[in-house]
Design a protein around this ligand. Structure first.
Ligand SMILES: *Cc1c(COP(=O)(O)O)cnc(C)c1O
Length: 433
């Protein structure tokens, strides 16, 4: 048994002063039970909690840490930058370099606005899309997460079109009513909707690889179809690449799948572990944003030089290494080796692409939110606890992506593989009997 004494005590005092003891809900371990870890340190592919337990980390801060924890070069550059001051609320040269890096990396981008989170990026992108098209409605897909802004906290009912039922109290119906929701991967329903309401829809927003209901791949032609439909009815196509940007390819999912959106949202990797987000696209659209245009958007810490340095250092390393072909292959082989051993159980369904994957505790193929929801979350909770005991830190929720990083060592991957296969077998014995 792992020691839990300090984490237990910290969680107790955390609950006294922080809402739910955390600053983001999934950290509270509500869906897997037990005491959430209080992390003391991270290095490469490992993290240590306050009780000195060591884990191989498969969360990677939910995606930003593609280079692993405390990458020496990133650390060195951040330290150096910090010595010159933390924030000025005025322009710095590094913002130009960072914007230039995004523009050079991604063909659909000519101009960039930096913000401080993915939520902020998407929220602003929608305002921009509405201003550009002079329309109000937004189409999103159930199970896709685009941050916690009003109007995006809307999922779906049962596969049919649902008119804005918010997932959160405090979201006015008048906001959520502007958000239309359809099932992921269902192009026919998008076509039908556009026939009826196309001229009211400002934008379609999509995770080009869904990773917030667990990993769900876009079906062949889905993204291309969205591109065609939106172009035809003069709605904008927004790719939320907060996870996929610089993850699946240097040029993001849009390069990987060769589909060009009108606006792209970033976060996570482009901050290298610091708070950064961005929305970007063609000049013609982005120039509507203040001070060039009438769409207001601002931020005290936007383009913060320390955060920019961390992000730029990360992107420069990725550009120089160009790790994607090998990294994706290595990751896919890792997942395949697990799949091969557990397939015959007919107990889990594994989705993987590049360096992200999800083990769904359902025998059904998972292609959208409804099929993801057939997962046995109690079985996932058990599986998660088995892994934790073995020193493997997986996402504390079924409906999240597992993130591999370039810091994952062969030895730790093969250790993890054994533990994962074992944990699936042990869980199967409990739940399948
Ligand atoms: C994480 C995430 C966001 C929100 O980013 P935050 O930095 O947490 O606000 C938005 N979209 C997607 C696809 C994400 O994965």
């Amino acid at each position: 048994m792992l020691k839990r004494k300090k984490s237990k005590n910290y969680f107790k005092s955390a609950k006294q002063f922080l809402v739910g003891g955390v600053n983001s809900p999934v950290r509270a371990f509500k869906s897997v039970g037990g005491v959430p870890l209080f992390i003391k340190e991270g290095k490469g592919d490992l993290i240590w909690d306050e009780d000195e337990n060591c884990y191989i980390d498969f969360v990677s801060s939910w995606g930003p840490l593609i280079l692993g924890h405390a990458h020496p070069q990133v650390l060195q550059r951040v330290k150096k930058r910090m010595a010159h001051g933390f924030s000025f609320g005025a322009s710095t040269q590094i913002e130009i370099k960072m914007a230039q890096t995004l523009v050079h990396a991604i063909p659909s981008i000519e101009k960039v606005r930096f913000v401080s989170s993915g939520t902020e990026a998407v929220m602003s992108a929608l305002r921009l899309a509405r201003a550009y098209t002079n329309r109000d409605k937004i189409l999103k897909f159930s199970g896709c997460y685009h941050g916690h802004s009003d109007g995006l906290l809307v999922k779906a009912g049962s596969g049919a079109l649902t008119l804005g039922i918010p997932d959160s109290l405090g979201v006015p119906e008048s906001y959520s009513k502007q958000t239309l929701v359809l099932p992921y991967n269902d192009l026919d329903s998008v076509r039908d909707l556009f026939v009826k309401q196309g001229n009211e829809i400002a934008a379609v927003i999509v995770e080009p690889i869904a990773a917030n209901m667990g990993v769900v791949l876009p079906k062949q032609g889905f993204l291309q179809g969205l591109r065609e439909i939106t172009a035809q009815s003069k709605a904008l196509l927004i790719f939320d690449e907060v996870i996929t940007g610089f993850r699946i390819a240097y040029g993001g999912a849009q390069t990987y799948f060769n589909v060009q959106p009108d606006i792209t949202c970033f976060g996570k990797i482009i901050g290298g572990g610091f708070p950064v987000g961005a929305f970007a696209g063609k000049k013609e659209i982005l120039s509507l944003v203040a001070p060039d245009g009438p769409v207001y958007q601002a931020g005290t810490l936007s383009g913060n030089p320390v955060a920019m340095e961390a992000g730029l250092a990360t992107l420069e390393i990725l550009k120089k290494m160009n790790p994607y072909a090998n990294f994706n292959k290595k990751s896919e082989e890792f997942v395949h080796s697990i799949k091969k051993e557990v397939e015959w159980l007919n107990f889990v369904s594994i989705n993987a692409i590049g360096s992200i994957f999800t083990i769904f505790f359902t025998p059904r193929p998972v292609t959208d939110y409804d099929s993801a929801k057939t997962s046995n979350t109690k079985a996932y909770a058990k599986f998660f606890q088995f892994l934790l005991e073995e020193g493997i830190y997986f996402p504390p929720s079924q409906f999240e992506a597992v993130f591999l990083s370039l810091a994952h060592k062969e030895l730790n991957l093969s250790k993890a593989k054994k533990a994962i296969v074992n944990a699936i077998f042990k869980t199967e014995r409990i739940f399948h009997a």
